[in-house]
Design a binder for this molecule. Structure first.
Ligand SMILES: [Zn+2]
Length: 459
């Protein structure tokens, strides 16, 4: 079994809390597991035993970041509909572009997205895809996930009722059948590196009976349910007009809210809904860059924290961010709450890093398996270079990671004990060829969709 020793870095284990830093410290990995994490210099016996050694001087050695919400098909669509609110952004680029994508496009766009996530330090990615123009699309995305080497949870997206866009509605039987097929195909393969769960797009896009069915099936199959919730005010208004209650309240009333549910955004949650979510034990996934980009609003993250709701962090899709940089997300999480509460101390760097790991591993369904440097856990590790002009000198590695570092500072990424990125370069994938292939395929997709570029539309 291969072994790897990382030494001489700022080792941040995130075991009990985010304040623990070993400077220097070392991590010894055997196979796909962490074997030991200690302060000081490694004993000679480990130095001699290690098949590979990484000197992490001047670098932070942290558990791999967890991107708990994205839609990677949108790598082909980024920059096409900037500066619009959610519905116009969907109508202008995301829906027509997504419909014009081929099965091969889904593979390429996802592979590019997983590579970008790895390069920016995310070792775990929760990707929801809802473009089911072919039943093969999800297989192509799963293949891309597998080939990237990242740890991936795929939420198989769907909408099965009016008033959601008719072209994206699927028959309920197809949703259930296809999700079951994918869960059986993938969840036990390769030690569960690529797994599948339910991904109902949004409450008003899904039938009540379907949500109840998948809630039961999720328990039977031991998978989660990933859904957008209260992202914008119009969406909340639609729920009140139709059901008389807000969307989170409605999910509670139909009896489906529980700890398997991952609720994305929650920008317009009412206090009563926050209490319901806290009682249910569901995770909220916060995507601050997307909330700002689409002018969706400022979520009450500090109120969620006060209630003990687990909070994961995500980039959201490349169409509304437009990158997959989780280090950037950490900074925006802090800054958005500061301005939202008018309190410079609303969130500390330690709070934000803990959210990423604690909420992230719950969202991934991998609590106790990732998100910490601890003996026995999967060896998912990100090494960030802090000796950069925009970071040094380092007084607090937590602050340096949240406020200074960005994805370009990620030096090394290890997933499941395997080095996937070294010196900032992805190993085993020709990045230049991938980008060329994606550029050609995305341009052909634009032609088919009739989307024009280079024209700035005034809102
Ligand atoms: Zn989303």
């Amino acid at each position: 079994m291969d072994s790897l020793l990382i030494f001489n870095g700022f080792v941040m284990p995130f075991r009990k809390n985010a304040m623990e830093v070993f400077n220097p410290g070392y991590v010894f990995i055997r196979g796909n597991r962490i074997e030991c994490v200690e302060e000081g210099d490694p004993p000679q016996v480990l130095v001699q035993e290690a098949d590979q050694i990484i000197d992490a001087r001047g670098k932070a050695v942290i558990p791999g970041l967890i991107n708990a919400h994205t839609h990677l098909f949108q790598t082909f669509l980024r920059g096409l509909a900037d500066d619009k609110p959610l519905l116009r952004w969907l109508e202008t680029a995301i829906w027509p572009g997504g419909l014009a994508m081929t099965e091969e496009d889904f593979y390429l766009s996802a592979l590019l997205g997983f590579v970008e996530n790895l390069k920016c330090g995310a070792t775990s990615v929760l990707n929801q895809d809802y473009m089911q123009s072919s039943t093969r699309n999800m297989d192509m995305i799963a293949e891309a996930a597998h080939n990237s080497g990242a740890r991936v949870l795929l939420a198989r997206g769907f909408a099965d009722r009016d008033p959601y866009h008719p072209k994206f509605q699927e028959p309920t039987y197809q949703v259930l059948h296809e999700t079951e097929r994918l869960v059986k195909d993938w969840n036990q393969r390769d030690g569960g590196m690529v797994r599948v769960e339910f991904g109902p797009l949004i409450p008003w896009g899904c039938k009540e009976e379907t949500l109840k069915s998948i809630n039961q099936l999720a328990k039977d199959w031991d998978v989660g349910v990933h859904i957008h919730l209260s992202e914008t005010q119009p969406e909340v208004q639609m729920s009140i007009e139709e059901y008389g209650v807000t969307p989170g309240h409605w999910l509670h009333d139909i009896g489906v809210l529980n700890e398997r549910w991952q609720l994305v955004h929650g920008v317009w949650l009412e206090e009563e809904e926050m209490d319901m979510i806290a009682d249910a034990g569901s995770v909220i996934v916060h995507c601050p860059v997307s909330n700002m980009y689409l002018a969706s609003g400022i979520p009450s993250v500090t109120k969620w924290l006060q209630r003990g709701i687990p909070i994961a962090l995500g980039t959201d899709g490349p169409g509304s961010n437009n990158s997959q940089d989780m280090l950037e997300v950490l900074k925006f999480t802090a800054c958005l709450q500061k301005i939202g509460t008018m309190d410079a101390m609303a969130l500390m760097p330690e709070d934000i890093l803990e959210m990423n790991y604690k909420g992230g591993r719950l969202a991934m369904g991998l609590d106790g398996k990732i998100g910490s440097l601890h003996p026995g856990l999967f060896a998912d590790i990100t090494i960030v270079d802090l000796m950069r002009p925009h970071i040094a000198p380092v007084h607090s590695p937590q602050s340096a990671l949240v406020y200074n570092a960005n994805g370009n500072d990620v030096d090394t990424v290890i997933v499941n004990g395997k080095i996937l990125l070294q010196g900032g370069k992805v190993l085993g994938i020709d990045e230049s060829k991938l980008m060329e292939d994606c550029q050609k395929a995305a341009e052909a997709m634009l032609d088919r969709a009739g989307i024009k570029t280079g024209i700035s539309e005034t809102a």
